[in-house]
Ligand binder design. Structure first.
Ligand SMILES: [Zn+2]
Length: 393
């Protein structure tokens, strides 16, 4: 079965797009610590920084390129000579390196932001890709705001970039504007219309402004993209990028509909999420898919009862598959008798049917005021029940 699956290249940009988001900046030692973990996680490419942006960015990229040997190390550069030279300098020690150069292609960006013509844009792209190829054979070109670019012009740009030597073509949904069916059509159409499209790997880089970054990336894969750009915990500009852990697990859990595989060791996902949260002092929302504290917690009585009978009733993947600890049946006012009895048993306590009924009553009462009843709370309640303090008077 695994033979029929196509490989999806995981391009992690936590250290570049993620790091440039408010509240997520990291110093060089923090970047290195995270880069080591991304390597262990199995990402194919680590985008380590945007060297021209600041000396710290250049230093971070250089250090990652020096120490991390297995993955390809990428550095970002605008379509300018100086940017590309700085990227090449920072990547110099890398075992495997990629220069990632970008320029906006939408009329809105060309006219209002860059104030250049389409023709000037096209020639800057060709010159920059050719220049970047002098430093490495692995050159990625990104057409910023691709999803809002004129389709005919974008096709010309992509064809020219590939002819100039780009080996990966990234078509970002820079502003998080696309919807999934459109993303599928977009990638399918560009690949069909560009005559030399088979000479490059197409890549999706989706932002989450409408909460669709992962869905749009998966649709892009179905439309022929073979690289996804993503970040741990989905961090990134504004609402963030496509979340690496969600993409990886969607491909794994729904392999029946998505016959693609990644090289990610999914059991390291939770640890990567926790490390990023620690390094940036930014908490992960508790209901975050895959890596949130509550992603495998069950409180409703009906759900807890189902889980105890057969976990597949309410669970599409096992917590240990993503490195989370075992299922948590959270005791609270929504809990059922079955879950309370099970927890008592797990704590090694034996109660009579009457004591259990009293304990269940106490749990639901306490759950009215307290969020999540812990094992120590439960032990205290059991003691009180045994002491007769909870008997119905
Ligand atoms: Zn981005």
């Amino acid at each position: 079965m695994s033979q029929s699956k196509e490989h999806i290249v995981v391009f992690d940009t936590t250290l570049r797009d993620g790091e440039q988001a408010p509240g997520f900046s990291m110093d060089v030692p923090a970047k290195l610590e995270l880069a080591r973990l991304l390597d262990a996680l199995g990402v194919d490419i680590i985008e380590a920084g945007f060297p021209i942006a600041s000396p710290a960015d250049a230093e971070g990229t250089f250090r990652v390129a020096t120490e991390i040997r297995r993955p390809v190390i990428a550095a970002l550069a605008r379509c300018r000579k100086l940017d590309i030279e700085e990227a090449a300098k920072a990547l110099k020690p890398a075992e495997r390196k990629r220069i990632h150069t970008f320029l906006a292609t939408s009329d809105l960006h060309l006219e209002r932001k860059l104030r250049i013509t389409r023709e000037a844009c096209l020639s800057a792209i060709v010159d920059s890709v050719q220049f970047a190829r002098q430093f490495t054979d692995d050159v990625e070109f990104s057409a910023e705001d691709a999803t809002r670019s004129d389709r005919d012009f974008l096709c010309r740009v992509v064809e020219a970039a590939i002819t100039a030597g780009a080996t990966t073509i990234n078509l970002p949904d820079t502003v998080g504007f696309t919807i999934p069916a459109e993303s599928f059509d977009f990638f399918s159409e560009i690949r069909r219309r560009v005559p030399n499209s088979d000479k490059a790997i197409f890549s999706a880089h989706c932002h989450d402004d409408l909460g669709l970054a992962v869905a749009n990336s998966l649709a892009a894969v179905e439309g022929g993209a073979r690289q996804v750009e993503c970040t741990i915990n989905g961090i990134g500009e504004r609402a963030g990028n496509a979340s690496l852990e969600e993409l990886v697990m969607a491909l794994r859990v729904r392999a029946d509909r998505l016959p693609f595989d990644t090289a990610i060791n999914s059991q390291g996902l939770f640890q990567a999420s926790q490390l990023l949260s620690k390094l940036t002092a930014e908490p992960v929302q508790s209901n975050k898919a895959i890596v949130g504290r509550n992603a495998f917690a069950h409180e409703a009585g009906i759900h807890q009862d189902g889980m105890l009978k057969d976990a597949r009733t309410y669970e599409i993947m096992r917590p240990q598959d993503v490195g989370q600890t075992a299922d948590q049946l959270v005791l609270g006012r929504h809990s059922g008798r079955h879950a309370v009895a099970k927890r008592v048993e797990q704590l090694g306590l034996t109660l009579s049917a009457d004591e259990l009924a009293q304990l269940y009553q106490a749990v639901t009462t306490m759950g009215e005021h307290k969020k999540g009843i812990g094992d120590n709370d439960l032990r205290r309640m059991v003691e009180r029940v045994r002491a007769g303090q909870h008997s119905h008077a």
